[in-house]
Design a protein. Structure first.
Length: 277
């Protein structure tokens, strides 16, 4: 029996929101070209045959469909719990897209990080929203913990991590296909990276804007006005797998897993139109 709170929206509302979200993403490469890849090629470093990228060496095997190097507004440091299966980690694929996204296996923590210019995404009692961070322009790094919720607590308490300023992001509904014991607002790591960087870009661009904003401006309006797809490519492989799973489950093919919330599979969605995003 699945634990945790399920979806608040019905299937049609979630399908509409997911489709609109994907169609508004701006990828540097075509998802249609990526989907055409079927050959597993040897990793140029270890020689293991991989479909898109090697999750051990973090090298790509089909560079012709891979997005160009993406510059991020913050240096991203992902602390990966050693018990996490690398092949299932959503952050590793994103690290092949941006040289500014670094993977570190715990118990290692980058020694160069300083509390003066480093944020950590963790919903603690003292965490604040990005819009509440004073002198946001001074921050150059952000840390994410890639692990289960229970494992993340131990890493967050590590004095090398706890000294960074804790931040949180606005609530979002995850597209993640694997069930976790909380609720759909608990994001996959790559989603958390994307949404935090998107909020950072919005706040940065708002600060640089000469136009005064309405105090009651909605989040969706802010994103539309101040965000222009700067970090969308981070979701390239993630969205590809999401649509593939939705299509597979709708056509009765063998499922990768049944461990997801009831109602996860969205019916009557014309996904093929999203492949040309």
């Amino acid at each position: 029996m699945k634990r945790g709170r399920g979806y608040e929206e019905d299937n049609s509302a979630r399908a509409k929101a997911a489709k609109e979200f994907i169609e508004n993403l701006h990828f540097s490469k075509s998802l249609l070209d990526l989907r055409a890849v079927t050959e597993r090629r040897p990793c140029p470093k270890c020689g293991k045959r991989r479909l898109y990228y090697c999750y051990d060496c973090l090298t790509v095997t089909h560079p012709e469909v891979h997005p160009p190097p993406l510059s991020l507004p913050l240096e991203v440091h992902v602390i990966l719990h050693p018990n996490e299966i690398r092949g299932k980690s959503t952050s590793l694929a994103a690290s092949t897209i941006s040289p500014d996204l670094h993977i570190t296996s715990y118990p290692d923590v980058p020694a160069s990080l300083s509390p003066e210019d480093t944020l950590v995404l963790y919903p603690s009692a003292q965490s604040v929203g990005i819009e509440e961070v004073e002198h946001l322009e001074r921050y150059r790094h952000v840390v994410f913990i890639d692990s289960t919720w229970q494992q993340s607590k131990g890493i967050a308490r590590d004095e090398r991590v706890s000294r960074f300023k804790h931040v949180r992001i606005k609530s979002q509904t995850s597209l993640f296909w694997r069930f976790q014991n909380n609720d759909p607002s608990y994001l996959a790591t790559v989603e958390a990276i994307y949404y935090l960087l998107r909020e950072f870009v919005v706040q940065r661009n708002k600060t640089q804007s000469e136009t005064k904003d309405s105090k009651d401006e909605k989040e969706a309006d802010e994103v539309k006005r101040y965000y222009h797809g700067e970090v969308d490519d981070l979701l390239f492989y993630y969205i590809n797998q999401y649509i593939e799973i939705q299509e597979r489950y709708n056509t009765g093919k063998e499922k990768f897993t049944d461990r997801h919330f009831d109602g996860y599979v969205l019916e009557n969605v014309d996904w093929p139109k999203c492949w040309s995003t």
